[in-house]
Ligand binder design. Sequence first.
Ligand code: PEP
Ligand code: MG
Length: 571
Amino acid sequence: MELQGIGIGRGIAVGRIVRMPDPLPEPAVSPSSLTPAQEGARATGALSAVAADLLVRAEQAGGVAGEVLEAQSMMAADPSLVDDVTVRLATGVTAERAVFEAFAAFRDMLTQLGGYMAERAGDLDDVSQRVVARFSGVAAPGVPDPGYPFILVARDLAPADTASLNLGQVLGLITIDGGPTSHTAILAREKSLVALVGAAGAQSLADGDEVILDAANNLVMTSPSAKQVAEAHAREAARAARALAPVSPGALADGTPIPLLANLGSADGSAAAAALGAEGVGLFRTEFLFLDSVTAPTVAKQRVEYERMLRAFPGKKVVVRALDAGADKPLAFLNDAHEENPALGLRGLRALRASEQILRDQLDALAQADAATDAELWVMAPMVATVEETRYFVALAHEFGLKTAGVMVEIPSAALLADRILRHADFASIGTNDLTQYTLAADRMLGSVAAFQNPWSPAVLRLVAEVGAAGAALGKPVGVCGEAAADPLLAVVLVGLGATSLSMSASALADVRATLGDFTMQQALHLAELALAADDAASARELVTAQATEFLDSPSEPARVVPSNTHPERY
Ligand code: PEP
Ligand code: MG
């Protein structure tokens, strides 16, 4: 039997299931024998002990995990939460009950906000459980240790648990809830942990079940045959060997260079990305730095962050995206108005134009950081829909002395007008996550339409081809920085469609580098043509996989001649 979910990374793991233990029971609603002041002292004692514990873990973890734990520590120490607890204690309940209820109310508020905020609700539950455990004097619920390597199944994993997973024991992770942008997914990516999130069917898995967790194919295979297990081990070994291979610049088998870059949300991941062979940064998501800010960051504060990133890649290209606020990534200081359809609302460049000083400050900070460092800084605007927006952004960036200014192609209108847009922009970078969402009209955060969120869709690929053709005709670079670039075979197709560089989570670089090296440009063009001609995403992938296998099986066979009317003319 196969269970579906959303794979994080490209790995595969074979092992026995261990389920996360059930959460602690809800504290009883019984009157307290102590005074509200005495209960208040118990509550503040437990909250501050948990806050301090999380802070120590944050310091030990460092990186993105450290930031998540620090944010959790702040949740436990939040003065408005303490106020809420005090109000509840005045009704005569116990500290356990008051704390539990206050966290639950906080959680409901975040859930109603939706998007990124709703995904933080799980973090609050974890803090609440830690405080309740402290009252009862029991250990906080955590990852079990059965004494052998295992695949962990959890409803969702708390950031504190994900951050401290023992990678020698945990072969993989399956969560029943959670989406691709949940903290579990973010941290699993950072740790290169094989993971599948949003796998509702994993409810049925029991302790001891043997499974194959295949993140690349978005599934868990239960009761696998000996042959399937052997194949999975072979794939795992091949992947491990590739990861150990010396890193070299991205290139096709015929030597055509395809620079491989990293997607980063802060300079913290830069050393790891460079070690994995990132040839620079293809997407610096600057909004990730300021998700918790209620006021716009100052030029000085931004400059420090940008300089850190630029210094990490001396002499290399670093593509910085202007703040991309909206929908799943709200920034309180840019767009806090309620919108019925935020994905179609005042987001990306639209929100920046509505608060132009914020955009000007960001470009100012970038120009200052650029002058103080020697990386090759490129800047780009998110969510550009029109030629007019392109001209606006590029002119403004040039006004600040930023030499290379481009646009992200994430909206179908920008792809369809790429020949005109690229006359004004210095480069284009295709964001396949949003481009797929808008082309298929399928909210990228919504599990019920996840099947439409497939960048193998020939409609999406046709739009990519438009941009590739425009870039080739005008001699402008066309990068791809959406998750599609991290799928090794799709990466080859994207190159065949005209992508001149690819940017992805650093953990995907080794697989993509190895696969690009297996095919020539002529083969990539042929695979792109097959994908474009397919009826749907599944058959595009199937046809390309079959042809790619044939190419690999007969490497000496001369590459086929590709009809030139169906693929972008690159050379
Ligand atoms: C994209 O949309 O593909 C993209 C890279 O941007 P983000 O995922 O940050 O929206
Ligand atoms: Mg996007």
